[in-house]
Ligand binder design. Sequence first.
Ligand code: FMN
Length: 548
Amino acid sequence: MVTKKKGQTVDHYHETSKHHHPHGYAAGPGYTDWENQPDSFRTYHPVTRVALPLMADGMPTGYEQLFVPGSVQSLPLDRHGLGGLLELSLAISAWKEYLGERWSLRCHPASGNLHPMEGYLVVPTLAGLAGGIYHYNAMEHCLERRFIPADGAAWDRCFAPGEFFLGLSMIPWRVTWRYGVRSWRYCNLDAGHALAAVGYAAAALGWRARLLSYVADGCLENLLGLRAPAFDAMGRGMGEAEREEPVMLVGIACLPQEEKWQVEPLVQLAKQGSWQGYPNRLTPGEWRSWPLLEEAIRKSRKPATLRYARERPAGPPLLMRGESPLASRLIRQRRSGQSYDGRATLGREGFLRIMDRALVRNRVVPWDLLPWRAQVHMLVLVHRCEGIASGVYLLTRDGEGLQRFRQQSNPVFSWSIPAGTPDSIPLYTLLVGDCRKLAASSACHQEMAADGVFTVAMVVDMKGALQQGGWNYRALHWEAGVLGQMLYLEAEAEGLNGTGIGCFFDDLLTERLGLLGQGWQVIYQFTVGRALVDNRLTTLPAYTLPVD
Ligand SMILES: Cc1cc2nc3c(=O)[nH]c(=O)nc-3n(C[C@H](O)[C@H](O)[C@H](O)COP(=O)(O)O)c2cc1C
């Protein structure tokens, strides 16, 4: 029976959506209904469309510059800047072709390439763009004008100079269609990846992005026009369009000033104006909801909460790379490996740099996006990193996590510090030995987890986290998604690749490490290594026709 206790039903969802070793997979549709695959591009009709320029090719920012606050000269906030922000975050990054089949990839990954996320800009009047709310059409790299304020001057006054908002929503059905009950987890991991993609893109433009986590879902839903009257009226003649859930609001600032981001006045003004266009229907046939998933969505909806205090300790200096590829190239070349070269290695310096980038620092991307303390820790299964013995390690991303781990952990853990690890990186050896088999079997027998140079299992204190409220379930997955995006880009910067692993046996690793029953839950896995290239596939450019 589902009780009404705070957070409990989300906990129940987590338990019920687990894959259990050896053969208990979470409930799914049982088959893949290809005929009914939802379109991964939403569009609105009829609306005014505004073409966005493609400008990432000319962007001079080096990837390493993203981590040095103030080192990138800010681009002005105009249609060009917005085009660059979206081109490096939510846009298509390439098309793949095989035997006449074509599919697109984007700067941010998504479980099964199903892409549940949608993006909306909330902007004042800018050079070349009227003030209002726009849906981002990733297929055509253009904006679709959804909301025209009744009083444009009052609308513009709500924005501090150089500030605007990017709202993210999601269409869970795109993922539920294929993955059933577990899809709500995937959607939230995907949301974290998308958020991080926005953060990195903003940094490449010399802008700053922050998750405004205090905003309630109801408020965001109204601001983005995801309900009445915009969505209610949509069905006419087209059948009911698939529902979109509010996810998060990101504040973006282009000038070095104190950030204001006043949301409430905009929400009020969004009630006085006109909403344009109806969303397309994504699925040819029936779309259905899963009761357990619907319950999880309801129970993890976010009320308004207090703003977190923003400033955090600066943290130790970052370990930097001597050479830096262009940020715009690295962001767009990111790909998930499908299989990995089981002989590839990573040097110790490269390994430690990646661990270092996982640590929260004030005003350093991507951790400046999230206002809360780190809640996600990393169990690192090292396979082939030079100078680091094969084995299981723990990177604690917050002091409290370390304390809790040490109090409750397995007495056989060594807790030694790998030689040559800087004091600033809280990396501990737990067990030494070959853990490739463990990595692969934990990842539902996906060999990539054994063939990578290392594999990460992201662990959280689920019970403790849910005491804050059911909505924190989503926040945990967003943080894990941000961590995943960081690993993808860092792997590319080391000349390697990464793959997010959402399909894993939930309790296998914690059980084998003697951690089961202590409240630790794995919520995401990730492998880093040298991907084997599939030469049968042809790669085509993202947008072939110039749009500006
Ligand atoms: C949350 C999440 C879970 C994923 N899980 C798996 C997985 O279990 N196995 C796998 O081979 N790929 C997995 N992937 C990789 C996706 O299949 C991949 O991102 C998608 O096909 C798009 O390709 P791209 O990353 O190259 O853009 C996952 C990606 C994400 C973001």
